[in-house]
Design a protein around this ligand. Structure first.
Ligand SMILES: C[S@@+](CC[C@H](N)C(=O)[O-])C[C@H]1O[C@@H](n2cnc3c(N)ncnc32)[C@H](O)[C@@H]1O
Length: 239
């Protein structure tokens, strides 16, 4: 759904303030680091957005690919991380040309909701090809069919209160309610998956997956899944 890519390439109001935006990316970086099991791992952040704290992730691993479809965002990533030799910025199409079984950890956080189910299947195929047989694919911030937008609002307000930007969050919610986001969310919609649906979808793409104990990021009403190559021919998988 290209309209969401255009939205993320625009000067949107999804972050209520600079503090909100910075905290968001700090938490995402922290949670990604939590999935890196050794410093020699190569990591791919699929549709990473601004990834403001990606240097921290790069410090914790051997190399970090930042893949982003929005051209304006990607241009800023290239400029921001040019001095960091561990970080490489890629378009999503570039991923199909990368070496098979070259990545230890793929993270796709808060992206699946913006894709059609078919686009997500294609992305899963790209990820599966890139992932080493022992690697992990972490799919975060999946919206559930039984949880509506009100929970997103409550989660944001709790997060804002805990970090001292409640006033900005309230103002941000009001402007978001009047913005392209609201219009897009009601016109194009966001994809939602129950735990069973997502585990089946991942299985159809050749992954064996389970739900993680907690979601990546601040919203506990959304779900994270950890997937690996499904076992074939009785092969053993390691961490
Ligand atoms: C909410 S941001 C998430 C960014 C980052 N992963 C994070 O957790 O902060 C959504 C991301 O999905 C990307 N996106 C939107 N629609 C997409 C689509 N149809 N296919 C692939 N990526 C898409 C956007 O460019 C943006 O980077």
């Amino acid at each position: 759904m290209d309209e969401w890519i255009d939205y993320y390439d625009s000067t949107h109001t999804i972050y209520a303030s600079r503090l909100h935006r910075d905290l968001h990316f700090q938490i995402i970086a922290r949670d990604i680091i939590g999935y890196i099991s050794s410093p020699d791992q190569v990591v791919l952040d699929y549709a990473c957005g601004e990834a403001l704290f990606a240097a921290r992730v790069a410090d914790a691993c051997a190399g970090l690919y930042l893949a982003e479809p929005a051209p304006g965002v990607r241009g800023r990533l290239i400029a921001r991380f040019a001095p960091n030799t561990k970080i490489r910025v890629r378009a999503l199409e570039d991923l199909t040309r990368m070496a098979e079984s070259s990545i230890d950890l793929v993270v796709m956080n808060s992206v699946a909701q913006y894709m059609t189910p078919e686009e997500l299947d294609s992305a899963f195929a790209v990820v599966r090809r890139l992932l080493k047989p022992g690697g992990r694919f972490v799919l975060g911030d999946i919206l559930r069919p039984d949880v509506g937008m009100a929970r997103d609002v409550v989660a944001l307000l709790k997060f804002a209160r805990a970090h001292g930007f409640l006033k900005d969050a309230l103002y941000g919610l009001a402007s978001t309610a009047l913005s392209d986001y609201r219009q897009l969310r009601s016109r194009v919609g966001l994809q939602r998956y129950s735990e069973d649906e997502m585990i089946r979808k991942l299985a159809a793409a050749g992954f064996s997956a389970s739900r993680a104990g907690s979601n990546i990021g601040h919203n506990p009403w959304r779900t994270t899944f950890v997937a690996r190559h499904a076992l074939t021919h009785g092969a053993e998988q390691k961490d």
